[in-house]
Design a protein around this ligand. Structure first.
Ligand SMILES: Cc1cc2nc3c(=O)[nH]c(=O)nc-3n(C[C@H](O)[C@H](O)[C@H](O)COP(=O)(O)O)c2cc1C
Length: 405
């Protein structure tokens, strides 16, 4: 999925720490833990998160690949301490422990508990759920922050917002889907700032309030809620990805990365499934060329991707996250060991993670776009990447061709 970058994460939810390695970032990129921590904080927020997020205050400890605030071109390694580990030292000990530790056998429908236990031959579903937990996405956000910093050096901005939670839908402003490359204006800044201040990362205040109420109702009922978030990437040049092979297509790479996020069950590009109802004359984005803006489209139904390549319009990806599986009013299940009917296990849990999943979505989209960007423009140092990028912009003409000279 990644071609120029390499990403690996490790760590259990209640283990001592999470670990991550990102290789392939060019040398000379300014990088400090402060910028990474800011992204980690965004993942921890959102109405509907559970008690765990009150315990953790995620901080990235950069261990390698950076010297004096600049990347070296070597693998970037980092660690995020699990503060909750203090309460789990025996249950999650690396060394053998004396006596029995209570096993999780009341498998939760919708989680990895049962299938993971069957597949790996475990009699304790904790051996599965610790890694299946979305705690792992903290490292993805931390390393995605590095990709994000690289992209913003080239004028590419990645944002997310909540489109719906349960049955409550936000009114997404029309310009979100029609803004031109480089047209990152005051209106956009204001909108995305308002998303950051919303407790559910929703830019429509009325819908945001209704979402908060429905999360509260679900919590009271011991239930959970899913929804839809959108990730938008602005300033992406035309030509990332490729039409020539299935696994080079930018849409397939983005969709796979987003589908890898815990609880995400579907990804749409642009108008997505609703595009199936439109005639071709209503769907396709009419091509324009003007000296000031270069190549552009009159609309953006295709979500910034045609033929497996970015076309210069904003990349728009909608993702549906299912309601999370741990219910405080548990579903019926079957005990993994005794095979007797039971109520599914209740582990301290979130109620709704759609806003946080959006932040993870930004990280995954940033990683894929940075990968495709480096695949196209290369460069062992950021200065080299910049020279290559500038040459390309000049070759295609239009807006942006002077920006990086
Ligand atoms: C940010 C985030 C936090 C999550 N927190 C929880 C949680 O507290 N409890 C839970 O049961 N599932 C939670 N999930 C979802 C599960 O991790 C996920 O449903 C599970 O791993 C099964 O994978 P699947 O839904 O992709 O099939 C969370 C997902 C995300 C993205």
């Amino acid at each position: 999925m990644l071609r120029r970058l390499r990403l690996m994460t490790a760590g259990e939810s209640h283990g001592q720490a999470l670990l991550g390695v990102l290789e392939g970032i060019p040398a000379g990129l300014s990088l400090t833990p402060v910028e990474i921590d800011a992204q980690l904080r965004r993942r921890q927020q959102g109405h509907g998160r559970g008690g765990r997020m009150l315990i953790e205050q995620d901080r990235a400890m950069l261990l390698s690949g950076v010297r004096h605030g600049l990347t070296l071109g070597s693998p970037i390694g980092l660690q995020i301490q699990n503060r909750d580990w203090a309460n789990w030292q025996e249950r999650m000990a690396v060394e053998p422990v004396e006596g029995a530790v209570e096993a999780v056998t009341r498998v939760r429908p919708g989680h990895a508990d049962l299938v993971g236990a069957l597949k790996y031959g475990h009699k304790d579903a904790r051996n599965v759920l610790e890694r299946a937990s979305a705690r792992e996405t903290a490292v993805r956000v931390a390393l995605g922050a590095v990709a994000r910093i690289l992209l913003s050096r080239f004028g590419i901005e990645v944002r997310s917002h909540t489109v719906s939670i349960g049955a409550v839908h936000s009114r997404v402003p029309v310009w979100v889907s029609t803004d031109r490359r480089g047209a990152w204006g005051a209106e956009a800044e204001r909108y995305w700032e308002s998303v950051e201040h919303s407790p559910v990362r929703c830019g429509d205040p009325g819908a945001g309030n209704a979402m908060v109420s429905s999360i509260d109702e679900a919590r009271q009922a011991g239930d959970t809620l899913g929804g839809v978030f959108q990730v938008a990437a602005y300033g992406v040049p035309p030509g990332l990805g490729s039409h020539v092979q299935w696994d080079l297509k930018l849409n397939s790479r983005l969709a796979a990365a987003l589908m890898s996020i815990n609880s995400v069950k579907g990804v749409e590009v642009g108008v997505g499934f609703s595009g199936g109802e439109l005639p071709g004359s209503g769907y396709h984005d009419v091509v324009e060329w003007e000296p000031a803006q270069g190549w552009a489209r009159r609309s953006n139904n295709s979500g910034g991707i045609e033929g497996g390549m970015s076309n210069g319009e904003p990349i728009l990806l909608n993702c549906v996250a299912k309601p999370i599986p741990t219910l405080m009013n548990p579903l019926p299940s079957v005990d993994l060991v005794t095979k007797q009917p039971v109520q599914a296990a209740q582990e301290r849990s979130d109620v709704c993670v759609v806003p946080a999943a959006g932040v993870v979505g930004e990280a995954m989209v940033s990683l894929i776009l940075a990968d495709a960007f480096l695949e196209k423009f290369g460069g062992d140092s950021v200065a080299e990447t910049e020279r290559n990028y500038q040459g390309y912009l000049e070759s295609i003409g239009g807006a942006g061709s002077e920006e990086h000279s």
